[in-house]
Design a protein around this ligand. Sequence first.
Ligand SMILES: Cc1ncc(COP(=O)(O)O)c(C=O)c1O
Length: 459
Amino acid sequence: MTASGSGTGPRDIEQLTVDRLPTSNAILERAKKVLLSSVVTGPFRAPKGVAFVKEAKGSKIWDVDGNEYVDITMAYGPLILGHSHPVAVEAIRSVCDKGTVYCIAHEAEVKMAELMVEAIPCAERITFANSGTEATLHAMRIARACTGKDKIAKFEGGYHGVHDYALVSSILADPTGPIEDPLSVPDNPGIPQGTVDQVLTLSYDTPESLDKIRKHKDELAAVIIEPVPSSYLVDMREFLQGLRDVTRECGVLLIFDEVISGFRLTYGGAQKYFGILPDMATYGKIIGGGLPAGAVAGTVEAMKPLITTGDALQDFQEKLLTIGTFSGNPLTMTVGRAVLQYLRDNPRIYEHINGLAARIKSEVHNFAEANGFDLRLIGLGSWFIPHFIPADPKNPRDLRDLADMIRQEILCQYMRYHGVYLPDLHTVFMSEAHTEEDADKVIEAFKASLVEMREDGHL
Ligand SMILES: Cc1ncc(COP(=O)(O)O)c(C=O)c1O
């Protein structure tokens, strides 16, 4: 598949895309009448030409028009083994005719918690939820209950899901105020000002952030941070250590949001990789093995507001409850555990996925440099984001350039035209299912897309 048009003026990549999606186009028209987003379930607006997936297996997806893509979106991270991995499929089969939700105690939840406690350095106790959003919501509330203080500090550009506290100065908001002393602003309409006022916004990797924590220590319950920030995919080991030291010194809890990094950076997540122990950590994505899941892990000390007495009436009155109808359901617990056990028993997977990402980054960078393209694939381990910026970023605001975002969106169309499903304004994830041949295809698609984008006047 090649984008034609050379010799006859620039290609119209949008039109070329739309032309090969007739069945998808028809579904899109139906979707517009009943759904709200033009990409149906995703958060971002696809440029033009929405491909509807028919099926997925391993590293590939096929759309309803029969187009095949190497999928490097991987559902935004959960599919570390690829689509429909036999381990996950077999686990689903093993449980689906035995009941999928009970709201009554069952051993699968205990076994999953045992596995997570064994794997996660800070984990003495676990509570389950159904998404990363729920996990961070619970963790923040547990921190408030534990410390008796109300405010939560987070980082500008930090993404922790879509509850009210999380939607303050996240990656979805425009950065506001001085770089080292950002202001808290609501990401969207609908976030109460009272909630915004309870959030203190910090900047990654600056000494000013540590000072701000010291200054506000008497009102701060916790600091929450993605140890590998999705808006700034760099190694901040020293800063994380500084954060650990200052929060401990100030009696403020430290929460690592490991919804992406957990079981991806290494089996034990970012806290294992960096050797830094938070008080609590939040999980989602990979732990569900492809099904919806969330969890908070932490020390007994941090999670004591949740530890029940066994007396239901007393617990109702005195304890914080992180309850949810589907939380810890037997289907998710069984599938998630099967996938985590497989990861634990096959550490070569981490070498494989990190190696693929490293090769793609290095070959694309070499090509970009040799040919004068300002493309940087910024990331750590097995995930990265392409950015059109002239130099390595010095802070997250360097990655908030509108021209860069527009080019990223256009790049998606070219990449998809070349058979690689690059996610819109989001992260590329490698999985066990990706092969060296897939990596070759991704590299070639980047190269061809860059050349064609230049020919067509987009670069
Ligand atoms: C770091 C982080 N925290 C929280 C969330 C929210 O998770 P979910 O989409 O499952 O609600 C995400 C989702 O991408 C995330 O990347």
